[in-house]
Ligand binder design. Structure first.
Ligand code: ATP
Length: 327
């Protein structure tokens, strides 16, 4: 136990606000514990290229409030092959790295799973993705910030929608997960929310919009998650327009602005807690675990369990609330 002397930390997959705060927490906890820390640039690609940097407490000064990731991120195809992972292992060994903290989404977790089955370097994983689509944590890093960014956009679009009496379709991120759409939709007072997890027929939507018009709403906002089965906000808007040609319909795709920006206080604290816990548990001999938040407690979930389970994070209550609040 506690034979680890040099912890490698990296970010991988899509960037998310809070990744920097998490790197900071990993570095400072490791330093506090008297360990060396090595930053690995560009995720798994950096293990293959040997782009390592020794870090100390000052390397992570003034980053807690910054979006993106100072260690950069990348998608690395070679790491998917046994030969690629063998090369990564050789490079990590040569650098003296004997423990890893991975921050990323399910692809990152899968890479860590393969690697830690094949090689003797302990790994802890931290969920960093705006989609909130990972099992083992109520919240992933970046999700709260992204939701707040979407709410800000909805509020602004609402101003113009209300002034012109328009119907807006706002497309938000979430290929498989409707967490951002549902929560931002409720917080932004959306009249309808279309989610990947729950198919909304266009007829059903039209019916709902007709009722909204009947109730003399001055503006209507429909949130469409990018993974909605009707093919995205443009498609939905086109099909609705065919029915209501008198409606002044507009589409706004929020896109990548949802990924950036300064992390919310929630994400900064969560990142600090997760980074701290990952290092503490790694040093206590744990490996192949993901760190998560349940209620207000930090928990560990075996990596295999996290990868083999899907969590339905949209409660029926939330779905009903979204409908009731739109009447
Ligand atoms: P996001 O949720 O933001 O997309 P992610 O971590 O799921 O983040 P991916 O691009 O899917 O992002 O995965 C990140 C990296 O993890 C990949 O580029 C690859 O290097 C590694 N990875 C993914 N799947 C595997 C796999 N099956 N075997 C080995 N490595 C993998």
């Amino acid at each position: 136990m506690n034979t680890i002397s040099n912890i490698g930390v990296f970010t991988s997959g899509g960037d998310a606000p809070g990744m920097n705060a998490c790197i900071r927490a990993v570095v400072r906890t490791a330093v506090y514990e008297g360990k060396k820390v090595t930053g690995i640039y560009h995720g798994y690609q950096g293990m293959l290229d040997g782009t390592f940097v020794e870090m100390n407490s000052r390397s992570v000064s003034n980053i807690i409030q910054k979006g993106g990731t100072i260690l950069k991120t990348a998608r690395c195809i070679e790491f998917r092959t046994p030969e690629g992972r063998a090369k990564a292992y050789e490079n990590l060994k040569a650098q003296g790295i004997d423990g890893l903290v991975a921050i990323g989404g399910d692809g990152t977790f899968t890479g860590a799973d393969f690697f830690s089955r094949e090689y003797d370097i302990p790994v802890m994983c931290i969920p960093g993705t705006i989609d909130n689509d990972l099992y083992g944590s109520d919240y992933t890093l970046g999700y709260d910030t992204a939701t707040n960014t979407v709410i800000d956009a909805i509020d602004k679009i609402r101003d113009t929608a209300a002034s012109h009496g328009r119907l807006f379709f706002i497309e938000v991120m979430g290929r498989d997960s409707g967490c951002i759409a549902l929560n931002a939709g409720i917080a932004g007072g959306a009249e309808a929310i279309m989610l990947p997890e729950k198919e909304t027929a266009i007829d059903e939507l039209i019916d709902l919009l007709e009722r909204a018009a009947f109730k003399q709403k001055t503006s209507t906002i429909v949130i469409v998650a990018e993974g909605d089965k009707n093919g995205g906000a443009y498609n939905v808007a086109k099909r609705v327009k065919e029915k209501f040609d008198y409606y002044d319909t507009k589409v706004s795709i929020l896109g990548h602005l949802q990924r950036g920006g300064s992390p919310s206080s929630f994400d900064r604290v969560l990142a600090s807690r997760m980074g701290y816990a990952a290092v503490k548990h790694l040093l206590q001999g744990k490996t192949r675990m993901t760190v998560g938040l349940r209620g207000n407690e930090i928990i560990l979930t075996p990596l295999e369990e996290a990868l083999n389970n899907k969590e339905f994070k949209l409660s029926n209550d939330m779905l009903e609330i979204s409908q009731i609040m739109a009447i």
